[in-house]
Design a protein around this ligand. Structure first.
Ligand SMILES: [Zn+2]
Length: 168
């Protein structure tokens, strides 16, 4: 991760920690607040108004988009991937790689603070579900067959993310 992206990530995290919803990622360097991220809670009706039906199905109902359908899958530009629900900066382009699964895949998030995990049993075997730490929107799952340095594959739904190019 280069310095610029690291600073950008921290800036976005700072906004998140302050609980400011709806602000686009600013360039002002807010200090990293201690004590984690303030949650955003909305009713189902509010989420339905905010999200497309496809985004709602993934983020709020933990559905999985069809493989090879997301334009973000094969995107490798420099930038930052944000939560499509609350705009929190969550994954840097530096950790994105081609897992050949048909879903955008990363070996690490911007920081461990921006994600949460739980175990789900939608399939027969347990899986590690990963979601946004701020709005709890479902992103995808974490598997242990990823590349170094983490060995993790964060297999995410493109519908759960928005991409902001570094040049923008
Ligand atoms: Zn979110």
């Amino acid at each position: 991760m280069d310095r610029r992206t690291a600073l950008f990530g921290i800036g976005a995290f700072g906004l998140g920690a302050a609980g400011v919803f709806g602000l686009r990622s600013g360039t002002s360097g807010m200090a990293l607040a201690a004590g984690g991220i303030e949650k955003i809670e909305k009713t189902e009706a509010e989420w339905r108004e905010l999200l497309t039906p496809e985004q709602f199905a993934v983020l709020r109902s933990e559905k999985t988009e069809r493989a090879f359908t997301s334009p973000l899958d094969k995107l490798y530009e420099d930038g930052v991937y944000h939560c499509a629900g609350c705009d929190l900066a969550v994954y840097p382009s530096e950790t994105k790689y081609d897992s050949k699964t048909g879903w955008p895949s990363f070996y690490a998030p911007i920081s461990q603070e921006v994600i949460g995990t739980k175990t789900d049993y939608y399939l027969i075997y347990p899986r590690t579900e990963v979601h946004c730490a701020r709005c709890e929107g479902h992103f995808g799952h974490i598997f242990n067959d990823g590349p170094q340095p983490t060995g993790e594959r964060h297999c995410l739904n493109g519908l759960a993310l928005t991409f902001k190019p570094a040049s923008a």
